[in-house]
Design a binder for this molecule. Structure first.
Ligand SMILES: Cc1cc2nc3c(=O)[nH]c(=O)nc-3n(C[C@H](O)[C@H](O)[C@H](O)COP(=O)(O)OP(=O)(O)OC[C@H]3O[C@@H](n4cnc5c(N)ncnc54)[C@H](O)[C@@H]3O)c2cc1C
Length: 469
């Protein structure tokens, strides 16, 4: 796909004025490292709770430079496989708690945009989870049962005909409509950055944190042109958390890709019934997702995760012709009516994969507060996460610090190269599983969640300055 631009499509929808770097030494109550959704929601909720608190955010490049500015824009619950894992590890009550909190975030993000004049093109369309083979159909049926166990009873499976009326792909065999919205991710993160600065947060762009150390009971964050001394530090660098030794083993960076077509003509749009303009995602382990943008391009995202050895996060991997070719082929299979449609943009970004697929929030042994590990579904969860981080910093025990994202024990990854090999094996195994559609998924009902529930960490430990792991 030689004609592809690797500029992030969303960046072309919003001008970027990059703010100045930190120049000189400074101090504050809370220093947040990373200006994606996680860091910025934490800053927003902290200032809302404690307007007098001094908060600084240091960002290596510019707000939204990471996954927050380039993702597919599905504001969604954690995906079906995550619900399976949450039920499997921690039982219905904890899983239900997370589902309710993130569902609230889906709506609150829309309200936040409206109240703050952010034109993030938020559309409360819902998401169609579709099946394109019998194994995926079985997964959807299981997901309905799992949702019922977590207290969600509104799910209904659409049969082939009903599903194809919602999304005109001949490959679709059934669908499940779940809550969710679509938005322009870059406009959300840039708007959020503006709002937090209006709240009094100091945002230092072009300011990478080089080291984070505790010196005489305070945090010292070193950057190229100055040092920040802070009472509390939140590390919100998602897939780059590995740069800080205490966080290295808690998540694994993996690459994922998306393509964006040229704007469709009315004639092209008319070929595929898609009356509700929902986000659409298939139910493979490495799900592929489709959506329309405000200017009627199709964004086609997901598929296989890529690892390049030694947890390689080098930006050169944003271009990956193998991933683009595979995505292009799966697009033409899903939408044969659009074989002639050309892609204009393609790029990749980093996903922070947590071992359990469940986002992680807490404090390390030294007292560093962290939030990461969205495993590809971070828009809504990071909004919930911002409230968790606020309460961890304020050392309050609340409904948010009680969520499974905080209170459960999280397995860690082995160091490279063993952890990476394990990750590659997992990707291979899932891929093979997706290609053997007659193998049914195993039943979560057999899972020993009582055993895992016993490993649950105490929320007091997390709020009192100790690791939740
Ligand atoms: C291709 C792709 C598609 C996706 N699609 C969706 C989707 O449709 N729906 C969904 O919910 N999620 C999606 N995601 C995931 C979602 O984008 C992320 O979970 C979310 O953006 C994470 O936000 P964050 O703030 O934690 O991390 P990021 O947005 O990555 O922000 C971290 C920030 O930290 C900065 N940083 C890194 N190191 C340093 C340092 N040393 N000092 C200072 N700053 C530093 C980075 O520059 C970056 O700006 C997708 C991800 C990818 C890659």
């Amino acid at each position: 796909m030689a004609q592809l631009s690797t500029e992030v499509y969303w960046h072309s929808t919003e001008p970027t004025e990059v703010g100045p770097p930190l120049d000189g030494d400074a101090s504050c109550d809370v220093c947040i490292v990373g200006a994606g959704y996680t860091g910025l929601w934490a800053a927003h909720f902290l200032k809302q709770a404690e307007p007098g608190m001094s908060v600084r955010v240091v960002e290596a490049k510019f707000a939204g430079e990471g996954a927050s500015g380039m993702n597919a824009g599905f504001v969604q619950m954690t995906a079906g496989k995550v619900l399976r894992r949450m039920l499997w590890y921690y039982g219905a009550e904890k899983a239900g708690g997370v589902y309710r909190a993130v569902a609230r975030s889906i709506l609150e993000i829309g309200r936040f945009c409206r109240q703050n004049g952010i034109d993030a093109q938020y559309e409360n369309t819902g998401i169609l989870q579709v099946a394109t083979d019998t194994k995926q159909l079985a997964r959807l049926e299981l997901q309905i049962k799992r949702a019922q166990r977590a207290g969600v009873t509104s799910f209904r499976l659409l049969d082939r005909e009903q599903a194809q009326e919602r999304i005109g792909s001949p490959t679709v065999l059934g669908a499940l409509k779940v809550s969710g919205a679509l938005l322009n991710p870059y406009r959300l993160v840039r708007g959020l950055a503006r709002v937090v600065q209006e709240q009094g947060v100091l945002l230092h762009e072009q300011t990478p944190a080089q080291t984070i150390e505790k010196v005489d009971g305070k945090w010292r964050i070193t950057t190229p042109h100055g040092t920040i001394t802070a009472n509390e530090v939140i590390v919100a660098t998602e897939a780059m958390q590995g740069a800080f030794p205490e966080l290295y083993a808690r998540q694994m960076p993996v690459w994922n890709y998306l393509l964006v077509t040229e704007p469709l003509t009315d004639e092209q749009l008319g070929r595929v019934p898609w009356p509700g303009r929902e986000g659409v995602a298939n139910s493979l382990s490495f799900s592929t997702a489709a959506r329309l943008t405000a200017d009627n391009r199709v964004l086609w995202a997901g598929g296989l995760w890529y690892m390049f050895g030694n947890r390689d996060t080098d930006p050169r991997h944003r271009r990956n012709d193998d991933a683009f070719d595979k995505l292009g082929a799966s697009f033409r299979e899903f939408f044969p009516q659009w074989r002639d449609v050309r892609f204009s943009h393609g790029n990749g970004g980093l996903i922070s994969w947590s071992h359990s697929f469940i986002p992680q929030f807490g404090r390390t042994d030294s007292g560093m507060v962290y939030g990461h590990g969205y495993t590809g579904s971070g828009i809504a969860a990071s909004h919930t996460g911002g409230k968790i981080l606020r309460d961890l910093v304020l050392r309050r025990k609340t409904e948010f610090t009680e969520l499974a994202f905080v209170t459960v024990n999280q397995p860690k990854f082995l160091p490279a190269p063993f952890g990476d090999k394990g990750g590659e094996f997992f990707i291979w195994r899932q891929r093979v599983g997706d290609r053997l559609p007659l193998l049914l998924p195993y039943k979560s009902a057999l899972a020993p969640n009582r055993f895992f529930a016993r490993r649950t960490g105490s929320p007091e430990r997390a709020t009192a300055g100790r690791s939740s792991d």
